[in-house]
Design a protein around this ligand. Sequence first.
Ligand code: ATP
Ligand code: MG
Length: 286
Amino acid sequence: MIMILRIAIQKSGRLYDDSVALLKECGIDLRNVKDRLKTESDNFPLEVFFLRDDDIPQYVEDAVADIGIVGENVVYEKNREVEVVEQLGFGKCRLSLAIPRGTDFPGLHSLNGKRIATSYPNLINNFLEKNGVKAEIHEISGSVEIAPGIGLADVVCDLVSSGSTLFMNGLKEVETILQSQAVLVRNKKLNESKLQLLDKLLFRIKAVRKAKRNKYVLLNAPNEKLKQIISLLPGMKSPTVLPLAESGWSSVHSVLNEDEFWEKIEQLKAAGAQGILVVPIEKMVI
Ligand code: ATP
Ligand code: MG
């Protein structure tokens, strides 16, 4: 029997595009993804199921799918027996408490006795319990932000990214309960061959993610400044240095992390580097 790894991803919604793009960047071509419940890849032993994100943890726990891509918010709310394998860097948002603008928020104790509307009853309950607050939870499945406006609740607990939805509904964010992003989850009892396939996929995901966080940098340096410039550029092992056709100059190639990118570029320029080129990296295997 040919082993195939089954992955569950969101059918449509905020995680769909990035999930499909990640598989593509991992070199996995999917057959005809439009309006399908499932599809396969021709060049990797992967079957893809398209599901509501809420159902993904359960499908993975029940081994209907072996792995899944879903937001941490859903993983921790559903509290299913699945293992989080890797953070994927997209679908970033936070679960926050918000109250009508113009209302005071002297602290969490002011939530005592209030009505909180949310699609995340477990996460908010745990949070309130930990903080010794007793409030009334009203679980609703969508459009949570309108609850105060229609008199259903005093407070909302909802996902926020830019905050514009809260703003448009006259609300202000007062407390963050959870920071979230999309993660890869797995069934806890995968057999050896499935684990090997998962390792292969993870290896590719890590290479893609690492490449995104780094840039390839090429620059020209006068030889007398080489030592100082090289000390600014650690590279993967150490920078490549090649002589230029013009004597007294060298070309230096290296890799820079996005976190320190702009600062390093300024330092390199100040140290005498010229003609600095910055190139995206497609995959990075260390
Ligand atoms: P489904 O039909 O699959 O149940 P949904 O309406 O529950 O979809 P989406 O709104 O598509 O879900 O959001 C999917 C996930 O995207 C969220 O669970 C969360 O992890 C992430 N996300 C990122 N930013 C936001 C945001 N601003 N609002 C809501 N979700 C966000
Ligand atoms: Mg959902």
